[in-house]
Design a protein around this ligand. Structure first.
Ligand code: NZQ
Ligand code: ZN
Length: 385
């Protein structure tokens, strides 16, 4: 095992009806809050009204900023930073999914910083402090509700970049499965693929002998694969939503990869896809991850044998055929939930493979399971054609 240090300060409020506590939780931190949200789902499904009422009941005053879009943009973050400074905001309530939460983290780190918040994403500076952030989660997917990361797209050059810092972890996250009822099927599927990918990035590790982490990861993957089809056929299935929401959080709160060298190459590669083509992050992962597997499985075949046997239900057999059967079955799962597994099905051609491969590697290499150069990444794009 690798050495590790892990501290998870995010308070999780989990379960049906917990959304009602958003006022009480915000009041613990805020004199004046910023309510940050996305493109309108909150208004359409009544969540916005519920939040406003809960905040007023606790006498929390708030300003608001809507319009965070999927694959969130730097320009709105800059607008949010200016608004917070102008209005004397001391707390940000992010109501939405990864895009809203990541924008909230960026605004929170940007407000006390004298320079440009993009410095953090380029690695030029490290944030020393941030406003506290709280989350009302409306889609299980990115896991940003208790992660230390934030991912943002700079419209200048269409660069999708991330940074991780302990100052980014939200103070609390409310996970109420009843908020998931109104999710469109394509968002449910993309969110499911992202959750699975967060586990796989940690599971496909070159670190040997980390039995507990392996078993935890396998349980999380099996749960997701079992429960996701249930909510796709019945969005009111609260028991299934509970399992998915909890799995989504556990998949990315840091626990599952502890003691492992984690991979994350597929994520870096996907971020270039969603920067260049503006596709949903999870939809991109459903295309990239199987291609990454086909390219790398020979590096540590025993890991793929475990994945095949413990997660994908493949009968014992020869190593290579088990690995390939498991990859086939993963692709079949993605297709069953309505996701494309080839770039061509998503309308993406070969024109930008070389450029995206270079950008993904950022002048270095990617991955831990197998180290990837830009040429390898280009080959993975080719396998995903
Ligand atoms: O914008 P609105 O109108 O609210 O609609 C959203 C949006 O269109 C909709 N939605 C959310 N909850 C809903 C709902 N529609 C109906 N009912 C509800 N209850 O869903 C759409 C997608 O929202 P988004 O926030 O973009 O989804 P997700 O949570 O998948 O976040 C994706 C972003 O997170 C980043 C991704 O790169 C991507 O930019 N990630 C962040 C990570 C982190 N910070 O730790 C890790 C991840 O690997 C990921 O990279
Ligand atoms: Zn992800």
């Amino acid at each position: 095992m690798e050495r590790f240090e892990w501290y998870l300060p995010t308070r999780i409020l989990f379960g049906r009806g917990q959304r009602q506590r958003v006022g009480e939780m915000t009041a613990r931190y805020a004199k004046r809050a910023l309510l940050l949200y996305g493109g309108g789902s909150l208004q359409r499904n009544g969540t916005y009204g519920m939040i406003a009422e809960a905040l007023r009941a606790e006498e929390v005053t708030f300003a608001e900023l809507g319009g965070v879009r999927p694959n969130p943009r730097l320009s709105l973050v800059r607008e949010g930073i200016a608004l917070c400074r102008r209005e004397g905001i001391d707390f940000i309530l992010a109501a939405g999914g990864g895009s809203v939460i990541d924008s909230a983290k960026a605004i929170a780190a940007g407000v006390p910083y004298e320079g440009d918040v993009w410095d953090f994403y380029e690695g030029r500076k490290t944030p020393k402090q941030a406003l506290p952030v709280g989350v009302l989660l409306t889609i299980p997917a990115a896991g940003s509700e208790s992660s230390d990361g934030t991912v943002l797209t700079n419209e200048e050059g269409m660069l999708k970049r991330s940074f991780c810092s302990e100052v980014c972890r939200p103070r609390f996250a409310i996970l109420d499965p009843e908020l998931c009822r109104t999710l469109p099927k394509e968002q449910i599927a993309a969110g499911g693929a992202d959750i699975l990918a967060h586990v796989m990035e940690r599971y496909f590790s070159p670190t040997p002998g980390n039995t507990l982490s392996d078993r935890l990861c396998e349980a999380a993957m099996r749960t997701l694969i079992q429960e996701l089809p249930r909510v796709l056929s019945d969005r009111d299935d609260m028991e299934a939503w509970e399992q998915i929401m909890w799995t989504g959080n556990v998949a990315h709160n840091g626990l599952l990869g502890k003691g492992n060298a984690e991979d994350w190459a597929s994520h870096e590669i996907e971020h270039e896809l969603s920067a260049a083509y503006d596709i949903a992050h999870g939809a991109g992962l459903a295309i990239i991850f199987p291609a990454w597997m086909k390219y790398t499985y020979r590096e540590h075949p025993r890991k793929f044998v475990s994945f095949a046997a413990e997660v994908m239900g493949i009968d014992p057999g020869e190593e290579e055929s088990m690995a390939l059967a498991a990859i086939d079955r993963l692709e079949a799962f993605f297709r069953e939930i309505g996701l494309a597994t080839r770039l061509s099905e998503a309308g993406i051609g070969e024109e930008r493979f070389a450029e995206m491969a270079q950008k993904a590697c950022k002048g270095g290499t990617l991955g831990a399971f197998r180290t990837l150069s830009p040429i390898d990444v280009k080959n993975i794009f080719a396998l995903a054609k």
